[in-house]
Design a protein around this ligand. Structure first.
Ligand code: SAM
Length: 253
């Protein structure tokens, strides 16, 4: 595929460094009979070494030019290609327990993570290459500069582990940013700290909507002033200082 022109709008940066590809596959530890889906296979840089370990792999790719290439390169009994937008794809249709991997298009990483969080109950684990800053935000602890809505929403559903950084030179064309590989493992139902997902999401969104304001202001109308005292949470604090557990306490009341 030498004549292929990368589509910037689809975040196409293809991995070509064999050392990093090997590290990613080692981190994923594919077993032959795993039920696995790769998001954004591109020209198959990761697909190929994964298929050396797996009997079968699903891929979700939006670019028809790349789909044509993939369908030539891999036999259909080994690779099932879903020509689709991963943001709208029904991951439950593939079965369970599903393993999800991908060197993701960075321009849609946050909405894609929120979309996948809806399937957490059906997923065994997820391994993603993302912009390093996004991985730092996903894994951030309370009261640190990277901590925000993405950290709280993901850590309430998943154990988030940053694995290693990957430099721009590992890709063709090289992106302008550093990348990192992250592992997400869904929490068991008993370990999810909130009772009502919608209410939890609303409180977190409001608390981080105006980062510099106190909880008393950002949660006005949503949490009664008396509730703060009953939950031992100071209403003068800002949302960015609250742990996932404290957000859950507010939502569960
Ligand atoms: N996995 C390949 C690699 O590592 O070389 C390609 C990674 S490239 C960063 C991202 C891939 O995601 C591209 O193949 C791109 O066409 C695809 N893509 C972009 N937006 C997508 C979407 N909404 N749904 C599915 N695939 C998408």
């Amino acid at each position: 595929m030498t004549a292929y022109r990368h589509k910037k709008s689809l975040g196409q940066h293809f991995l070509h460094d064999p050392g990093y590809l090997a590290r990613i596959v080692t981190a994923i530890r594919p077993a032959a009979d795993d039920l696995m889906v790769e998001i954004g296979p591109g020209q198959g840089a990761l697909t190929r070494p994964l298929l050396e370990k797996l009997d079968h792999l699903h891929v979700v790719e939006i670019d028809r030019d790349l789909v044509a290439h993939l369908s030539q390169a891999f036999p259909p009994e080994r690779l099932t290609i879903h020509t689709a937008d991963a943001l709208k794809f029904d991951f439950a249709s593939l079965g369970t327990p599903l393993r999800v991997v991908g060197n993701l298009p960075y321009n849609i990483s946050s909405p894609l993570l929120f979309h996948l969080a809806d399937y957490a109950g059906k997923i065994k684990d997820l391994h993603f290459m993302l912009q390093k800053e996004v991985v730092n935000r996903m894994a951030a602890a309370p009261d640190t500069p990277d901590y925000g809505r993405l950290s709280v929403m993901l850590q309430a559903r998943f154990q988030v582990m940053k694995l290693f950084n990957v430099p721009p030179g590992a890709f063709n064309p090289p992106p302008k940013v550093d990348s990192a590989v992250v592992r997400l493992v869904p929490l068991s139902v008993e370990a999810i700290p909130y009772r009502d997902a919608e209410r939890f999401a609303e409180i977190v969104a409001r608390a981080f909507g105006q980062r510099r304001k106190t909880l008393r202001n950002t949660l006005k109308g949503l949490v009664e002033p008396e509730a703060f005292a009953a939950l031992s949470i100071d209403p003068q604090r800002r949302g960015e200082t609250l742990s996932v557990e404290e957000f859950s306490r507010l939502a569960n009341r």
